[in-house]
Design a protein around this ligand. Structure first.
Ligand SMILES: NC(=O)c1ccc[n+]([C@@H]2O[C@H](COP(=O)([O-])OP(=O)(O)OC[C@H]3O[C@@H](n4cnc5c(N)ncnc54)[C@H](O)[C@@H]3O)[C@@H](O)[C@H]2O)c1
Ligand SMILES: [Zn+2]
Length: 344
């Protein structure tokens, strides 16, 4: 698939392929840069490569400004395009660059991590972090195309790879019972990176995200179901200063906590909640939650998705169906958080 990106770009722009500015990181370039370059070269797509670091600290305005200056130096104009080639950090930053540069030029996403393939590259959200918080500056800018090649995941570090799988499992719980069942049964093979199953998992997850997002592009209603596991997940990430968990691991604990809540308020049957918890733990082990429950509990209310002081939880009803609940009693939330913390 990566080998055919050049040809696909030609198909996308039949009159003339745009001059293409590939934004990537040294790490991704080292593994896969040659394959992409060959493909662009063979299709006679004119391109330049711009590098940025990846990892969360690189996702900031200074990086985008630096890249924009490079675009000017390289004479990029309104007929040029950006190709984001990397994980979510590269995808979000390069997408934002494309949204801003000369008030917007096309972006093509070629995601290289599980998170980027089934989540970050889909839906058009782009942006960077501020000192005061994650993703606080951004724009909606839909990609002209997203090219997903699961084989690229073969070089991903194991923990990074595994962490992304929790977002796929989330897609199953919220909207695709078949995906959930497949992941529930085949955890061993998926963790060993069985190509066929991974392709199926990614395709199904992308479908869930794409359907939800196209029904609600600007996140006013349905899109909120994608936050299943993220309310407690974000609180865990911030309570541990983003150092104890990868995002997907925090979401995994968040899904477990949401199942405790769902069970307590009767949103789903106890065996449904148990089934989801077991499936999540099947993709473990998860780093233990060693912060204080009270700390996590307090952080819940500083999430940017708190609406007028009300905390919303996405709770499972059955496998493949969720509902959003705004009035979960505080003691139920506290108990659910305490149950995932090791010290209390
Ligand atoms: N826009 C959205 O809707 C959306 C959705 C989910 C996440 N995100 C964002 O995505 C970011 C996280 O993305 P991420 O998890 O991909 O992190 P990342 O981009 O930092 O990549 C993680 C690590 O994997 C390495 N890597 C990437 N591809 C590789 C490959 N094929 N082989 C070997 N190593 C590779 C990178 O060098 C990096 O060290 C966060 O900033 C998050 O906010 C955005
Ligand atoms: Zn997420």
């Amino acid at each position: 698939m990566l080998v055919s990106v050049g040809r696909e770009i030609r198909r996308l722009f039949p009159r003339q392929a745009p001059r293409t500015y590939v934004v990537t990181s040294p790490n991704v370039r080292r593994y896969w840069g040659q394959t992409l370059e060959k493909s662009l070269h063979r299709a006679s797509v004119r391109y330049s490569i711009l590098e940025m670091q990846d990892g969360e600290p690189a996702k900031r305005l200074a990086t985008v400004e630096h890249l924009a200056e490079q675009l000017v130096r390289e004479h990029a104009d309104r007929s040029s395009a950006v190709l984001a080639f990397g994980g979510g950090v590269v995808g979000d930053s390069a997408g934002f660059l494309a949204a801003m540069y000369m008030r917007g030029i096309p972006v093509i996403q070629v995601p290289t991590t599980v998170v980027a393939q089934l989540d970050a590259s889909i839906g058009g959200k782009t942006g960077v972090n501020l000192q005061s918080g994650k993703n606080l500056v951004g724009a909606f800018h839909q990609p002209r195309a997203v090219f997903v090649d699961p084989e690229i995941l073969s070089t991903l570090e194991y923990r990074e790879f595994r962490s992304g799988l929790f977002e796929a499992l989330k897609c199953g719980v919220i909207r695709d019972g078949q995906l959930f069942e497949m992941m529930e049964k085949a955890a061993g093979q998926i963790l060993q990176r069985d190509q066929k199953l991974i392709s199926r998992m990614i395709t199904a997850s992308i479908r869930v995200k794409a359907e939800v997002v196209s029904a609600d592009e600007k996140e006013t209603g349905l899109r909120r179901i994608l936050n299943f596991g993220h309310t407690v997940g974000h609180a865990l990430e911030s309570a541990t200063l983003y150092s104890a968990f990868l995002h997907g691991e925090a979401v995994a604990w968040g899904m477990i906590a949401a199942c405790h809540i769902a069970e307590a308020v009767g949103a789903c049957k106890p065996n449904t909640a148990q089934r989801i918890r077991t499936a999540v733990l099947g993709y473990g082990p998860l780093p233990p939650v060693s912060c204080r429950a009270q700390e996590v509990f307090e952080r819940l209310w500083s999430d940017k998705k708190v609406v007028r002081g009300k905390l919303h939880f996405v709770l499972p009803r059955s496998i493949g169906r969720v509902k959003i609940v705004a009035d979960v009693p505080q003691d139920v939330i506290r108990l659910a958080v305490e149950r995932i913390c090791v010290h209390e």
